[in-house]
Design a protein around this ligand. Structure first.
Ligand SMILES: Cc1ncc(COP(=O)(O)O)c(C=O)c1O
Length: 313
């Protein structure tokens, strides 16, 4: 999807013009992948626009920095405010928000410690990732997720997405919408950029953090909604073949939101349509983010931007 530039980008405390947000080719990140980032949605609502789970995203951003010894030099409150200021200044909603921090231009060499940390926040208009309501046709990737204690899955680091790129390219080349990776043990991990849920016999299953998955904020939201709706939830290592015989399966993530899976390796799941558990969670999620159901968990941060129409369903 082509990027539609906005007017301003937030950089180390200031708003700068979009075209001035450039870096030197000798920046550490270009050579060694030393970046961390977030992806956040700002939704259109009947009363205006609102950012979904801003604080949780910025806390994960800080945590990714801790794991990579990359101090951001900004408090959670300052980071939240940076996002709000940028969205207000650019006046674009609904939009996608991309905070990113990386090791910049300083020393050459693998050790990043003496290369400066640069923090940027960018936002721009953005629509659906897996288009349509027909569900995703996915494959099991021939690529595994990173093994534990190699590239930490809990850090949302740029380098992790080299693995995601391999999974996604392979899926697309073979005619699928997305690939699901197994972990180093051969049990299910997650999609290239989304967490995975499976429904079998009325129980909602998802893989645990020990299965090399990102600690997804949409995953956490869906787990919260499921518990509230009285749906039994199990987090455990899951065998690949459960995907072929389950009643329902769906992805969660900031990009895909809640998207049902139509088929895995060309085996159609259930009758191919979104099943009752997926539908209940999907409707609850979109009801909250689109402002038609009460924000009973305080997940939304209002911003001062006028919007045309609600997004989603
Ligand atoms: C690898 C991976 N897993 C899961 C997710 C879903 O996480 P979230 O719901 O926080 O967007 C993402 C998206 O950020 C991702 O890149």
């Amino acid at each position: 999807m082509p990027l539609q530039p906005t007017k301003n980008i937030w950089h180390n405390g200031n708003l700068i013009p979009w075209e001035n947000a450039t870096i030197h080719v000798m920046s550490h990140v270009v050579h060694y992948g030393s970046s961390i980032f977030e992806g956040i949605r700002c939704y259109a609502q009947p009363e205006g626009a609102a950012i979904f789970r801003l604080e949780e995203h910025m806390q994960r951003f800080i945590d990714s920095g801790v794991i990579y010894r990359m101090p951001l030099g900004l408090s959670l409150q300052q980071l939240n405010q940076a996002v709000i200021d940028l969205v207000d200044a650019n006046g674009v909603a609904p939009c996608y928000i991309r905070p990113v921090a990386f090791r910049g231009y300083g020393e050459v060499g693998v050790n990043p410690i003496n290369s400066p940390v640069e923090v940027y926040v960018i936002n721009y208009p953005w629509g659906k990732y897996v288009p349509g309501n027909t569900g995703a046709n996915v494959c099991i990737s021939s690529w595994n997720r990173n093994a534990p204690n190699t590239m930490p899955a809990m850090a949302k680091a740029g380098g992790n997405y080299l693995n995601s790129q391999l999974i996604r390219m392979e899926a697309h080349i073979n005619g699928y919408d997305e690939g699901i990776a197994l972990d180093v043990n051969g049990t299910i991990s997650e999609g290239s950029g989304e967490n995975l849920f499976i429904v079998k016999g009325g129980i909602l299953y998802t893989t645990p953090l020990t299965s090399s998955v990102l600690n997804g904020i949409t995953r956490n939201s869906v787990l919260t909604l499921a518990r509230d709706l009285g749906i039994p939830v199990v987090e455990q290592a899951l065998p690949r073949e459960l995907l072929y015989v389950c009643d329902e399966a769906f992805f969660t993530g900031t990009a895909v939101e809640v998207t049902h899976i139509h088929s895995v390796d060309r085996i159609v799941i259930g009758d191919g349509n979104a099943g009752p558990v997926t539908t209940a969670l999907h409707d609850e999620f979109f009801g909250i983010v689109n402002g038609t159901r009460k924000d009973r968990y305080n997940w939304l941060t209002p911003v001062n931007v006028k919007v045309a129409e609600p997004v989603g369903v």
